[in-house]
Design a protein around this ligand. Structure first.
Ligand code: ADP
Ligand code: ZN
Length: 521
């Protein structure tokens, strides 16, 4: 596979047509035999940075990675593309190890993944001496940072590569952004001479806006008509059904919209995607199936009609806006019903308990981003380990700081009402109890006799909904994932119930006011 250019390999092996961001420059550096340090957000495309030079250069690319569990998958994916790949780690039988070693020595591997502890064994180092090595890639390079939570002692010894194989180019890669980690990588791995390729996480031209859903269709329509006339953009929905209904409804409103989801025939999907890329000013209404590998620079907005399931997903999906660097908007409309729906989907998904718990935590972080009253971008970037010293001036919280109110009393009422109704009901029912509704179901349950019945008439149902949403977002209440969204008290609310804590909440504005002013120059 040698003697090809990087671009030819990109096209013929990986099926992509252009490099992203720093990829081309990184690859050229390695192909020329020099070292590189690459810092790129997750999903930025780090793998190609070492895979392509491994294919272009003579010999085998050796990738050092601590993620043993992923190696098998990575190798299978490469093999499917016709790349000769293998791995060495503790999960292999001695027979398999022996076969892989033999293949390496015979020059039959383009790529070899190795766990760090395996690489450092005498036997492996000898083997590498007797083989032709195209490059060393040190993935997850932040593992050398001794104070970081991913620290691996074996990583500290990887400087041996520099000393023992001085002629082999090295590339260190990480998605961890802070300066201290970067300095430590350079020092510990002997990369002072390496070219540095840093891509930050911030997308300053994207204006982040997150609003509660009250009449989502009207909110979207106003946004499209008043701010995004004739602009191309993506509207994300959770379900296929909703994608189709929303697209049809937008067309009825005179806005050219196309549906896209995995349930549509392949030809329809291809045709709609093609039109979206080629024509101007189309709106693509889609599930998250749309977007992978789509590179349209002038997407002016991404609107979410449902809550994404994690901050990573939100960042990735909104990141499809404004790739050309021009102003773009990310609008997210969300409500408590989204949380209930997502929790149910997660509850029903396959995967072990730990995986599910992890998913719930990621959803919780996403909700937290929705409910904060300070700069969205700062919180978003902090989540990725990137720091923004000042509030950004280009998100809804910066542009129109939300009003807050002392919700201590209301929260106590809300929590105790959840308790009095045995933690078996959803927000709407609990609100009915608080507001003293006389609906039949409530009466037949005898909830007109609980002590919290009718104590919350001073707030409207909408205001109560906002209280409950914020309580869920802040982790005071849990939404039961299996049933009908019943609310349950969480350990976090004990202090609140004992009267030891006060709480301020975001006051929801009644309008969905526009925010067009830009970051001050
Ligand atoms: P990272 O390791 O930085 O998290 P990956 O290397 O896994 O990111 O790449 C993320 C996704 O982007 C993958 O699906 C990959 O195939 C895709 N990708 C990477 N580079 C390109 C490119 N130049 N064109 C199109 N898709 C790309
Ligand atoms: Zn901001």
């Amino acid at each position: 596979m040698t003697n090809s250019t990087p671009l030819a390999v990109l096209e013929h092996v990986f099926g992509y047509h252009q490099f992203r961001g720093n990829q081309a420059a990184v690859i050229d550096t390695l192909v020329a035999g020099d070292d590189a340090l690459v810092l790129m957000p997750t999903g930025g495309g780090k793998s190609l940075c070492y895979q392509i030079p491994s294919l272009v250069r003579e010999g085998t690319g050796v990738i050092i990675s601590p993620l043993i569990a992923l190696m098998q998958d990575q190798v299978s994916a490469l093999e499917e593309l016709g790349v000769r790949a293998g791995y060495l780690n503790s999960t292999l039988s001695s027979q398999q190890v022996w076969q892989t070693e033999l293949a390496l020595q015979r020059g039959e591997l383009d790529l070899l993944y190795v766990a760090p502890e395996r690489l450092l064994q005498e036997r492996t180092l000898d083997l590498l001496h007797n083989s032709r090595i195209a490059l060393f890639a040190i993935d997850e390079a932040h593992c050398v940072a001794q104070w970081g939570h991913d620290f691996r002692a074996d990583y500290l010894r990887l400087d041996i590569l520099h000393r023992v194989f001085p002629q082999v180019p090295r590339i260190a890669l990480t998605a961890t952004a802070d300066v201290r980690t970067r300095a430590e990588i350079i020092e510990r791995l002997g990369l002072a001479e390496a070219r540095q390729f840093i891509s930050g996480f911030d997308r300053p031209n994207i204006q982040y806006r997150i609003q509660q859903k009250n009449n989502p269709r009207q909110q979207l329509l106003r946004f499209l008509r008043e701010e995004q006339k004739d602009n191309a953009g993506i509207v994300y929905c959770l379900s296929r059904n909703k994608v189709e209904q929303t697209a049809a409804w937008l067309c009825g409103e005179g806005i050219e919209a196309l549906p896209y989801h995995a349930g549509l025939p392949a030809e329809t999907r291809a045709a709609n995607q093609h039109r979206f890329l080629r024509e101007e000013g189309l709106v693509m209404v889609a599930t998250i199936a749309f977007g992978m590998g789509i590179d349209k620079p002038d997407v002016r907005f991404v609107a979410h009609l449902d809550l994404p399931k994690s901050i990573e997903a939100y960042y990735q999906e909104t990141g499809r806006a404004g790739r050309d660097g021009q102003a773009a908007t990310a609008l997210l409309l969300y409500g408590l019903e989204d949380v209930v729906k997502l929790r149910q989907m997660m509850g029903n998904s396959e995967g072990n308990e730990q995986f599910k718990r992890h998913e719930q935590q990621r959803l919780q972080a996403m909700l937290g981003l929705c409910e904060i009253t300070t700069c969205r971008r700062q919180t978003l970037l902090r989540y990725f380990g990137d720091n923004l010293d000042e509030p950004c001036g280009n998100c809804d919280c910066c542009l129109t700081p939300p009003e807050t109110w002392d919700a201590t009393e209301a929260v106590r009422m809300a929590l105790s009402c959840v308790y009095r109704t045995n933690q078996r009901f959803g927000a709407n029912h609990v609100i009915d109890v608080l507001r003293g509704s006389e609906n039949e179901r409530l009466m037949s349950l005898g909830h007109n006799h609980v002590s919290t019945y009718g104590i919350g008439k001073h707030l409207s149902a909408d205001e109560w909904r906002s209280v409950f949403r914020q309580l869920v977002a802040r982790g005071y209440l849990d939404v039961d994932p299996d049933g009908y969204g019943s609310l349950q008290l969480n350990d976090g609310c004990r202090a609140m119930l004992r009267g030891e804590e006060t709480i301020r909440m975001r006051r929801e504005s009644r309008t969905t006011g526009q925010q067009q002013s830009r970051r001050p120059a």
